[in-house]
Design a protein around this ligand. Structure first.
Ligand SMILES: [Zn+2]
Ligand SMILES: [Zn+2]
Length: 376
């Protein structure tokens, strides 16, 4: 099993000439993705109470979901056959066919649900598949066509650990949401700001949106700065900074305790002050796309706009390996906060590399989970 996994990893991480069109690499990667996504889809059909997110479930058109799974299985199979025909190393095709076979044995697109829907604990497997598919469709072509570092592959160093972060953070959507909302909900329960909340919600949505951006960034700025300057907190945040490659997936690398602290605190002004639902939803969608974008391997520089809004170049400098990049650019929305508080660093060039000086953080999810508590 370990050897198979190693062979698969090596094939995914092939050199550039072995990834070119006609080598069977692209069909293999797509087959693998479709095979696994369809298998996860079938698992969600069979065990929806355990593996799907109630908030998303409400919006599903089940016949359409079944059709998508059927399409995924068929297309995945065809691409796997193409991979087997074109490529000498056939591990991707065989793995995809195995996933498709297991999915079919579990009932395929016609899989029956044999568990009643309950409101207990669940894992967001559907959220993982949808979220990953959406980000792949948006960001992989974007990084292909507008790459800053052209040689950087999707399967770059440490991609497995970062994908695992993405998986865990998606599966734990229930507990992460609960813990992140708790401080704000407690404040709402203990305060009587009905007039203030009504006044906030009555403003135009675009104005509320900008106010949310500004307030969350103010709170985020100082908490982020504390995460850099308080040694105990830095051990958690160093995990995020340990990424030596920047792309759309790199931002997922964040210690679970930091996610809870960061979201728990930044959500307070959003919810406690009574902003309206459309403004909150628009902001959550924006922050989800924007936080992925500022880590991406793209060369856009945005001219004068980069002084107004956080851009990839601005956040890449936050991750830079250079001495000048230490403890700068803490904002996530407005660089002006860094300007006012004296932490802005935005030269015309890009950083020469990324990571933490001396690279003290170990590699791999579990080692990084334990790192803040270890003695080294
Ligand atoms: Zn930081
Ligand atoms: Zn970052």
């Amino acid at each position: 099993m370990g050897r198979l996994r190693e062979t698969l990893r090596a094939d995914l991480q092939s050199e550039k000439q072995d990834r070119a069109l006609g080598t069977g690499w692209i069909s293999g990667v797509l087959a693998l993705f479709l095979g696994l996504a369809s298998l996860f889809g079938v698992l969600c059909l069979r065990w929806p109470a355990l593996l799907t997110t109630p908030m998303l479930r409400e919006h599903y058109d089940v016949p359409l979901v079944r059709l998508a799974i059927l399409g995924g299985l068929l297309l995945g199979f065809a691409l796997a056959v193409l991979n087997l025909a074109l490529r000498r190393q056939k591990i991707m095709g065989f793995t995809a066919i195995t996933a498709i076979l297991v999915a079919t044995l579990l009932g395929g697109s016609m899989a029956e649900t044999d568990h009643a829907l309950t409101s207990g604990a669940y894992l967001g497997l559907d959220w993982f598949v949808l979220n990953l598919s959406f980000l792949c469709i948006v960001f992989i072509p974007l990084e292909r066509f507008f790459a800053r570092l052209r040689e950087q592959s999707i399967f770059r160093q440490d991609w497995r650990a970062d994908l695992f972060y993405f998986l865990v953070n998606s599966l734990l959507v229930q507990s992460l949401t609960y813990l992140s909302m708790k401080p704000a909900l407690t404040i709402v329960a203990f305060t009587d700001w009905a007039n203030l909340r009504a006044a906030m919600a009555s403003q135009p949505v675009w104005l509320q949106f900008i106010e949310i951006m500004f307030l969350t960034d103010m709170v985020q700025y100082w908490l982020h700065r504390a995460f850099h300057q308080v040694p105990f907190l830095w051990r958690f945040h160093a995990v995020h900074h340990s990424a030596e490659t920047m792309d759309w997936l790199a931002g997922s690398r964040m210690h679970v305790m930091e996610i809870v602290a960061l979201r728990g605190v930044t959500i307070i002004p959003m919810y406690a002050l009574g902003f309206s639902d459309p403004a909150l939803k628009a902001y959550i969608l924006y922050v989800f796309l924007h936080s992925t974008f500022i880590h991406a391997n793209v060369r856009f520089e945005f001219g004068w706009l980069k002084k107004v809004i956080a851009t990839p170049q601005f956040h890449h400098w936050h991750h830079g390996i250079e001495k000048e990049a230490i403890d700068v650019n803490f904002a996530v929305h407005f660089p002006i906060l860094d300007k006012v508080f004296g932490t802005l660093y935005l030269p015309e060039k890009w950083p020469a590399g990324y990571g933490v000086g001396g690279h003290p953080v170990p590699r791999g999810y579990l080692k990084q989970l334990a790192y803040p508590f270890s003695g080294d």
